[in-house]
Design a protein around this ligand. Sequence first.
Ligand code: PLP
Length: 397
Amino acid sequence: MAKSSLNLATEPQTSVANLFPFLDLPLQFEGIRYEVMEAVTRTLRNQHFILGPEVEKLEAEIAAYVGCRFAVACASGSDALLLALMALGVGAGDEVITTPFTFVATAGSIARLGAKPVFADIDPDTYNLDPKKLEGVISDKTRAILPVHLYGLPAMMDPIFEVARAHGIAVIEDAAQALGAEYSGIKVGNIGTIGCFSFFPSKNLGGAGDGGMLTTNDPSLAERLRLLRVHGCRRKYRSEILGINSRLDALQAAILRVKLDYLEIWTGQRRHNAERYCLLFQDFGLDEQVICPAEPAGMRHVYNQFVIHVSARDELQQHLRHLGIPTEIYYPEPLHLQPAFAYLGYEVGNLPQAESASNHVLALPIYPELTRDQQMAVVCAIAQFYEGNPASFEQEG
Ligand SMILES: *Cc1c(COP(=O)(O)O)cnc(C)c1O
């Protein structure tokens, strides 16, 4: 390949149409269209739109899939986090420890209740909360630890639990990206006090809009969550406790029930694609430049995102954009440095692993229907970048 074609500095900054999408939901829909339309029609005929039998069936099916006793549906993953904290009575004056390297909802839910998010740094190999960083930030105000199973990889739950147990505090799992992921053979959402899931369309089980689910083995917590999502009303117009309106639509439940039947197949395809990326990177001699996601022993990664660690990340992304290869960055800025959390007083350098990760991570397309040729195009384009920039890796070490 001519080297001049690799020199981005001299090329015009034109935008190129993507060769294929980052996530192909229309393609997924074509494969299940008949079943989805049947479920939608059934719900429309029924005209029972909020909670009701479809939602109850989905709750039972998710509980069975996760292996826990109770599942309580709500309006979004963000609300699931909020409701979980509300159910535990977290509020003003309390502290909850979480990761700064996550979607804003994780820490936002804590702050929304008037409690204080306390960030602990991440483990650079897994991007998940580093259990060794927990003791240092625990105080007598700490009420819970809120680990995230980022990208679909379970957090280090055993060491997190050790700390939680020693201090008598709860563990809430942000499993929004990780339905189906396993830790020591146990599905996430069935490990902590409460598990929180999202059915946002880009999650591994995505609805036709917003949706969320809570899981627990504690009957009184399940009961409390059911009350909290309907303004605390067990019977009409009588509020027992102060809640919110966060209910799942029957249409969403009906569609999600269709898709849940495919989740294991889709997860298998995501895992297959992940393995193939790693083999291709090896074949292309890119093991030095491209660090593939870790899957520690005993864990099952479900690859909601396939995130590589690279140097010269922004230049690589620009190069790929030029060649029509779609990528994303999750997340470009850790939460402790975002304006919404400035009041907490964190500064650059406080959580160096999260800050470093935000400069080096790059998510590649990993959706189940992704083909070998498409993956080959991604890997070739990355190889081309490093051929043209042999020094870029060494520069940053
Ligand atoms: C998607 C997501 C959420 C929020 O879910 P919504 O359904 O979009 O509100 C929370 N935490 C993490 C880690 C997520 O990825």
